[in-house]
Design a protein around this ligand. Structure first.
Ligand SMILES: [Zn+2]
Length: 288
């Protein structure tokens, strides 16, 4: 390790990237560091202090820490994906949310994808989750007991939203689900909680005007899980937050927009070449 580090110091990061690409063969060499496939090939984080670079949708993460596969009040699912990495702040958030949910009598939280070991784009599944500040938490309040690793690979959970997307299904979406979303949205450091717009509509019907609804934002998908994003932690000058949610509870015309025909169409791709990752991510990608 020490030798590698000293040699790294002498050769510089570019040389290491070149050596790595020569050593690992043409497939690796031809992969651009902006492709999800390339970032997913990293199975371990970089050592050293945690550094968040860029935005949740265009960024990466150095010095990531793992969420333990299970702990008091939570079980991580789909462990084979190797996507349970994040900042220490995200791991602490999950552990504290699980403890608070447990104290309220809610069952174990099922924790889905966080970030890859070095963050960055993923080959499939998410546009964001790139900087160790995002986590998907299932809105599954069934009491499963302790699930085996194999069961956590297989488990599925159907949508909580009505087929016409107008609201959460009142037969399945309970006060407990709302309580869990509120616990997340009121936790320290949370930037926003993304849920299906039908779930947001049901929350608006029950809790209109409450301050925490501002951070619960409507989105596509997210009909069986919530996506929690933390704000950039203190001491992370290269981390970029998204603009804050607009003032108000969001129970307004902007929510109705999601039911329009325009909202059903996939968003147009912005013109020009796709944006590239922050330059500092090249070193995170190339580090041994
Ligand atoms: Zn997500």
């Amino acid at each position: 390790m020490e030798l590698a580090r000293r040699r790294g110091f002498r050769l510089g990061r570019g040389a290491i990237a070149l050596l790595l690409s020569l050593a690992l063969g043409p497939a690796w060499a031809s992969a651009q560091p902006s492709s999800g496939e390339a970032w997913a090939r990293h199975t371990a984080p970089t050592p050293g202090p945690t550094r968040v670079i860029g935005t949740a949708s265009l960024g990466c993460l150095a010095g990531a820490v793992p969420l333990p596969p299970e702990g008091p009040g939570w079980q991580a699912v789909r462990l084979s994906r190797n996507r349970h990495w994040g900042t220490p702040e995200l791991v602490r958030f999950i552990q504290e949310l699980a403890a608070r949910a447990q104290a309220e009598g809610l069952p174990d939280l099922l924790i889905g994808d966080m970030s890859q070991p070095r963050g960055g784009p993923m080959p499939w599944g998410h546009a964001s989750h790139q900087t160790g500040l995002d986590v998907d938490i299932w809105l599954d309040l069934r009491r499963h007991g302790v699930l085996s690793r194999a069961a956590r690979e297989e488990i599925t959970f159907p949508s909580l939203v009505l087929p016409d997307h107008s609201a959460a299904d009142p037969a399945r979406f309970t006060e407990g689900h709302a309580r869990l979303i509120r616990l997340a949205a009121t936790a320290a450091g949370v930037d926003r909680v993304l849920v299906h717009h039908g779930i947001k509509r049901s929350l608006c019907a029950a809790y209109r005007g409450e301050e925490w609804l501002r951070r619960v934002r409507p989105w596509r998908g997210h009909d069986s899980h919530m996506h929690v994003r933390l704000r950039c932690p203190a001491g992370q000058p290269d981390c970029r937050d998204a603009p804050p949610p607009p003032p108000g509870d969001g129970c307004d015309a902007s929510l109705e927009w999601w039911l329009t025909e325009e909202a059903q169409r996939p968003p147009p791709r912005p013109p020009g070449p796709p944006p590239s990752l922050p330059p500092a991510c090249a070193a995170v990608f190339a580090a041994p």
